[in-house]
Design a binder for this molecule. Structure first.
Ligand SMILES: [Zn+2]
Length: 283
Protein backbone atom coordinates (compact mmCIF):
# COMPACT_ATOMS: atom_id res chain seq x y z
CA UNK A 1 0.00 0.00 0.00
CA UNK A 2 1.52 3.32 -0.99
CA UNK A 3 1.83 6.26 1.34
CA UNK A 4 -0.91 8.21 -0.41
CA UNK A 5 -3.57 5.59 0.27
CA UNK A 6 -5.69 6.49 3.26
CA UNK A 7 -5.69 3.72 5.82
CA UNK A 8 -8.79 2.78 7.75
CA UNK A 9 -8.98 0.96 11.09
CA UNK A 10 -8.52 -2.82 11.23
CA UNK A 11 -7.10 -2.98 7.71
CA UNK A 12 -10.50 -2.17 6.16
CA UNK A 13 -10.46 -0.99 2.56
CA UNK A 14 -13.15 1.67 2.66
CA UNK A 15 -15.19 3.67 5.14
CA UNK A 16 -18.96 3.94 4.76
CA UNK A 17 -21.01 6.65 6.40
CA UNK A 18 -24.69 7.41 5.98
CA UNK A 19 -25.88 10.98 6.42
CA UNK A 20 -29.15 12.84 6.17
CA UNK A 21 -29.60 16.57 5.81
CA UNK A 22 -32.89 16.95 7.66
CA UNK A 23 -33.84 20.17 5.88
CA UNK A 24 -37.61 19.96 5.60
CA UNK A 25 -38.92 23.34 4.47
CA UNK A 26 -36.04 25.37 5.93
CA UNK A 27 -34.08 25.96 2.65
CA UNK A 28 -37.28 27.22 1.03
CA UNK A 29 -37.99 29.55 3.96
CA UNK A 30 -34.45 30.92 3.75
CA UNK A 31 -34.63 31.39 -0.01
CA UNK A 32 -37.92 33.28 0.28
CA UNK A 33 -37.25 35.20 3.49
CA UNK A 34 -37.38 38.57 1.73
CA UNK A 35 -40.39 37.96 -0.49
CA UNK A 36 -42.78 35.49 1.04
CA UNK A 37 -44.76 33.63 -1.62
CA UNK A 38 -48.37 32.71 -0.94
CA UNK A 39 -48.11 29.29 -2.58
CA UNK A 40 -48.16 26.04 -0.61
CA UNK A 41 -46.83 23.49 -3.11
CA UNK A 42 -43.12 23.32 -2.33
CA UNK A 43 -43.66 24.03 1.37
CA UNK A 44 -45.93 21.03 1.75
CA UNK A 45 -43.74 18.83 -0.46
CA UNK A 46 -40.80 19.54 1.83
CA UNK A 47 -42.83 19.11 5.03
CA UNK A 48 -43.35 15.48 4.04
CA UNK A 49 -39.76 15.00 5.34
CA UNK A 50 -40.31 15.95 8.99
CA UNK A 51 -43.90 14.66 9.03
CA UNK A 52 -43.46 11.20 7.52
CA UNK A 53 -40.18 10.59 5.67
CA UNK A 54 -38.00 10.86 8.76
CA UNK A 55 -40.01 8.27 10.72
CA UNK A 56 -39.83 5.76 7.88
CA UNK A 57 -36.09 6.27 7.56
CA UNK A 58 -35.59 5.85 11.32
CA UNK A 59 -37.65 2.68 11.34
CA UNK A 60 -35.55 1.23 8.51
CA UNK A 61 -32.24 2.21 10.15
CA UNK A 62 -33.29 0.70 13.45
CA UNK A 63 -34.13 -2.62 11.77
CA UNK A 64 -30.57 -2.70 10.43
CA UNK A 65 -29.15 -1.32 13.69
CA UNK A 66 -27.44 1.23 11.50
CA UNK A 67 -26.26 4.52 13.02
CA UNK A 68 -26.30 7.60 10.80
CA UNK A 69 -25.47 11.29 11.06
CA UNK A 70 -28.35 13.75 10.88
CA UNK A 71 -27.50 17.36 10.03
CA UNK A 72 -30.42 19.32 11.45
CA UNK A 73 -31.15 23.04 10.97
CA UNK A 74 -32.04 24.62 14.34
CA UNK A 75 -35.42 25.67 12.96
CA UNK A 76 -36.34 22.04 12.24
CA UNK A 77 -35.35 20.99 15.78
CA UNK A 78 -37.55 23.78 17.19
CA UNK A 79 -40.51 23.05 14.93
CA UNK A 80 -40.41 19.23 14.91
CA UNK A 81 -39.04 18.29 18.36
CA UNK A 82 -40.66 14.83 18.31
CA UNK A 83 -38.75 13.83 15.19
CA UNK A 84 -35.41 15.08 16.52
CA UNK A 85 -36.11 13.45 19.89
CA UNK A 86 -36.52 10.15 18.09
CA UNK A 87 -33.25 10.62 16.18
CA UNK A 88 -31.48 11.22 19.50
CA UNK A 89 -33.28 8.34 21.23
CA UNK A 90 -32.08 5.90 18.57
CA UNK A 91 -28.49 6.96 19.19
CA UNK A 92 -27.78 8.66 15.86
CA UNK A 93 -25.37 11.54 15.61
CA UNK A 94 -26.99 14.99 15.47
CA UNK A 95 -24.94 17.78 13.89
CA UNK A 96 -25.25 21.44 12.91
CA UNK A 97 -26.69 22.64 9.58
CA UNK A 98 -27.41 26.37 10.07
CA UNK A 99 -30.47 27.75 11.82
CA UNK A 100 -32.79 28.39 8.87
CA UNK A 101 -30.50 26.69 6.33
CA UNK A 102 -28.81 30.03 5.62
CA UNK A 103 -26.18 29.92 2.87
CA UNK A 104 -22.95 31.10 4.48
CA UNK A 105 -21.92 33.01 1.35
CA UNK A 106 -24.97 35.24 1.88
CA UNK A 107 -23.96 36.15 5.46
CA UNK A 108 -21.10 38.07 7.07
CA UNK A 109 -19.02 36.57 9.86
CA UNK A 110 -21.16 38.01 12.63
CA UNK A 111 -24.35 36.69 11.04
CA UNK A 112 -22.85 33.24 10.54
CA UNK A 113 -21.91 33.26 14.22
CA UNK A 114 -25.48 34.11 15.20
CA UNK A 115 -26.80 31.14 13.23
CA UNK A 116 -24.28 28.79 14.87
CA UNK A 117 -25.07 30.02 18.39
CA UNK A 118 -28.81 29.79 17.79
CA UNK A 119 -28.59 26.35 16.15
CA UNK A 120 -26.39 25.00 18.96
CA UNK A 121 -28.99 26.11 21.49
CA UNK A 122 -31.77 24.35 19.53
CA UNK A 123 -29.87 21.09 19.00
CA UNK A 124 -28.46 21.17 22.53
CA UNK A 125 -31.95 20.39 23.86
CA UNK A 126 -31.56 16.96 22.29
CA UNK A 127 -27.82 16.32 22.40
CA UNK A 128 -27.02 17.85 25.79
CA UNK A 129 -24.07 20.19 26.13
CA UNK A 130 -21.41 18.79 23.82
CA UNK A 131 -19.42 19.83 20.77
CA UNK A 132 -21.05 18.97 17.46
CA UNK A 133 -20.04 18.49 13.84
CA UNK A 134 -21.16 20.83 11.08
CA UNK A 135 -22.27 20.69 7.46
CA UNK A 136 -22.91 23.95 5.66
CA UNK A 137 -26.30 24.46 4.08
CA UNK A 138 -25.98 23.96 0.30
CA UNK A 139 -22.35 22.79 0.71
CA UNK A 140 -20.87 26.24 0.28
CA UNK A 141 -18.12 27.45 2.62
CA UNK A 142 -16.29 30.71 3.25
CA UNK A 143 -13.23 31.74 5.21
CA UNK A 144 -15.50 33.53 7.69
CA UNK A 145 -17.50 30.36 8.25
CA UNK A 146 -14.34 28.40 9.05
CA UNK A 147 -13.32 31.06 11.58
CA UNK A 148 -16.69 30.82 13.31
CA UNK A 149 -16.56 27.00 13.43
CA UNK A 150 -13.13 27.10 15.06
CA UNK A 151 -14.26 29.65 17.63
CA UNK A 152 -17.23 27.48 18.57
CA UNK A 153 -15.24 24.25 18.91
CA UNK A 154 -17.07 22.51 16.11
CA UNK A 155 -15.72 18.96 15.72
CA UNK A 156 -15.46 18.90 11.93
CA UNK A 157 -16.84 20.33 8.72
CA UNK A 158 -18.54 18.13 6.12
CA UNK A 159 -19.18 20.40 3.13
CA UNK A 160 -16.24 20.26 0.71
CA UNK A 161 -14.80 17.86 -1.86
CA UNK A 162 -11.04 18.44 -2.00
CA UNK A 163 -10.20 14.76 -1.40
CA UNK A 164 -12.35 11.63 -1.29
CA UNK A 165 -11.07 10.77 2.19
CA UNK A 166 -10.87 12.96 5.30
CA UNK A 167 -8.42 15.86 5.29
CA UNK A 168 -7.86 19.13 7.09
CA UNK A 169 -8.93 22.64 6.11
CA UNK A 170 -7.23 25.30 8.22
CA UNK A 171 -6.94 22.94 11.18
CA UNK A 172 -10.47 21.56 11.08
CA UNK A 173 -11.14 17.96 9.99
CA UNK A 174 -13.03 17.93 6.69
CA UNK A 175 -15.27 14.91 6.13
CA UNK A 176 -15.75 15.24 2.39
CA UNK A 177 -19.03 14.98 0.55
CA UNK A 178 -19.57 14.67 -3.19
CA UNK A 179 -22.44 15.51 -5.52
CA UNK A 180 -22.50 12.04 -7.06
CA UNK A 181 -23.44 10.61 -3.65
CA UNK A 182 -26.18 13.19 -2.95
CA UNK A 183 -29.80 12.15 -3.54
CA UNK A 184 -30.78 15.72 -4.47
CA UNK A 185 -29.22 15.65 -7.92
CA UNK A 186 -31.32 12.61 -8.80
CA UNK A 187 -34.56 13.11 -6.90
CA UNK A 188 -35.09 16.82 -6.45
CA UNK A 189 -38.12 17.79 -8.46
CA UNK A 190 -40.34 20.70 -7.53
CA UNK A 191 -42.77 22.03 -10.07
CA UNK A 192 -41.92 25.66 -9.37
CA UNK A 193 -38.39 25.36 -8.09
CA UNK A 194 -35.06 26.02 -9.69
CA UNK A 195 -32.44 23.23 -9.99
CA UNK A 196 -35.19 20.66 -10.40
CA UNK A 197 -34.53 17.49 -12.35
CA UNK A 198 -36.87 14.77 -13.58
CA UNK A 199 -36.94 12.15 -10.81
CA UNK A 200 -34.56 9.27 -11.54
CA UNK A 201 -35.27 5.59 -11.19
CA UNK A 202 -34.05 4.69 -7.66
CA UNK A 203 -32.68 1.38 -8.95
CA UNK A 204 -30.37 3.32 -11.29
CA UNK A 205 -29.26 5.63 -8.51
CA UNK A 206 -28.38 2.73 -6.24
CA UNK A 207 -26.59 1.03 -9.12
CA UNK A 208 -24.51 4.15 -9.69
CA UNK A 209 -23.72 4.39 -5.97
CA UNK A 210 -22.64 0.74 -5.93
CA UNK A 211 -20.26 1.46 -8.81
CA UNK A 212 -18.78 4.39 -6.92
CA UNK A 213 -18.46 2.18 -3.83
CA UNK A 214 -16.64 -0.52 -5.80
CA UNK A 215 -14.30 2.00 -7.37
CA UNK A 216 -13.59 3.72 -4.10
CA UNK A 217 -12.74 0.47 -2.41
CA UNK A 218 -9.73 0.25 -4.71
CA UNK A 219 -8.53 3.68 -3.62
CA UNK A 220 -9.34 3.51 0.10
CA UNK A 221 -11.80 6.39 0.09
CA UNK A 222 -14.75 7.48 2.18
CA UNK A 223 -18.14 6.50 0.79
CA UNK A 224 -20.35 9.10 2.43
CA UNK A 225 -23.89 9.32 1.09
CA UNK A 226 -26.10 12.32 1.72
CA UNK A 227 -29.86 12.07 1.63
CA UNK A 228 -32.80 14.29 2.48
CA UNK A 229 -35.85 12.82 4.22
CA UNK A 230 -38.24 14.93 2.07
CA UNK A 231 -36.82 13.21 -1.01
CA UNK A 232 -35.36 9.85 0.10
CA UNK A 233 -38.20 9.21 2.56
CA UNK A 234 -40.47 8.50 -0.43
CA UNK A 235 -41.48 4.85 -0.76
CA UNK A 236 -39.50 3.56 -3.74
CA UNK A 237 -36.37 5.48 -2.76
CA UNK A 238 -36.42 4.22 0.80
CA UNK A 239 -36.78 0.71 -0.54
CA UNK A 240 -33.75 1.19 -2.80
CA UNK A 241 -31.72 2.66 0.06
CA UNK A 242 -32.50 -0.37 2.16
CA UNK A 243 -31.24 -2.61 -0.65
CA UNK A 244 -28.02 -0.62 -0.76
CA UNK A 245 -27.52 -0.92 2.99
CA UNK A 246 -28.16 -4.64 2.78
CA UNK A 247 -25.53 -4.89 0.01
CA UNK A 248 -22.94 -2.86 1.92
CA UNK A 249 -23.53 -4.75 5.16
CA UNK A 250 -22.43 -7.96 3.52
CA UNK A 251 -19.03 -6.54 2.53
CA UNK A 252 -16.32 -7.32 5.09
CA UNK A 253 -14.03 -4.63 3.60
CA UNK A 254 -16.15 -1.84 5.10
CA UNK A 255 -15.36 0.22 8.17
CA UNK A 256 -18.63 1.80 9.33
CA UNK A 257 -18.68 5.12 11.13
CA UNK A 258 -20.71 8.22 11.73
CA UNK A 259 -19.16 11.47 10.55
CA UNK A 260 -18.06 12.13 14.16
CA UNK A 261 -16.40 8.68 14.34
CA UNK A 262 -14.54 9.40 11.12
CA UNK A 263 -13.43 12.86 12.29
CA UNK A 264 -12.19 11.39 15.58
CA UNK A 265 -10.23 8.67 13.76
CA UNK A 266 -8.74 11.17 11.31
CA UNK A 267 -7.70 13.58 14.07
CA UNK A 268 -5.58 10.92 15.75
CA UNK A 269 -4.36 8.83 12.81
CA UNK A 270 -3.60 11.70 10.46
CA UNK A 271 -2.84 14.57 12.83
CA UNK A 272 0.03 15.67 10.56
CA UNK A 273 -1.10 14.56 7.09
CA UNK A 274 -3.44 15.84 4.42
CA UNK A 275 -3.34 19.37 5.84
CA UNK A 276 -4.66 22.05 3.52
CA UNK A 277 -5.17 25.76 4.01
CA UNK A 278 -7.81 28.02 2.56
CA UNK A 279 -6.23 29.35 -0.62
CA UNK A 280 -7.73 31.37 -3.45
CA UNK A 281 -5.46 31.10 -6.50
CA UNK A 282 -6.97 33.72 -8.72
CA UNK A 283 -3.60 34.60 -10.30
ZN1 LIG B 1 -29.39 21.11 3.71
Amino acid sequence: MDDLTYQWPDGKKIAVSISFDFDGESPYLWKTHKTRPSTLGELEQRRFGPRQGIYRILEMLSRWEQPATFFVPGFIADKYPQAVEKIAEQGHEIALHGYLHERVDELNEEEIEETVIRAKASLGKFTGPKDLGYRSPSWEMTEAAFKVLQRHHVLYDSSLMGYDHPYWVDGLPEIPVQWLLDDAIFYRYTASGSSSCPPQNPANVIDLWKQEFNGMKRFGGLFLITMHPWMSGRASRLDALEQLISHLKRDPAVWWGTCADIAAYHSVKYADRFREKIVFDFG
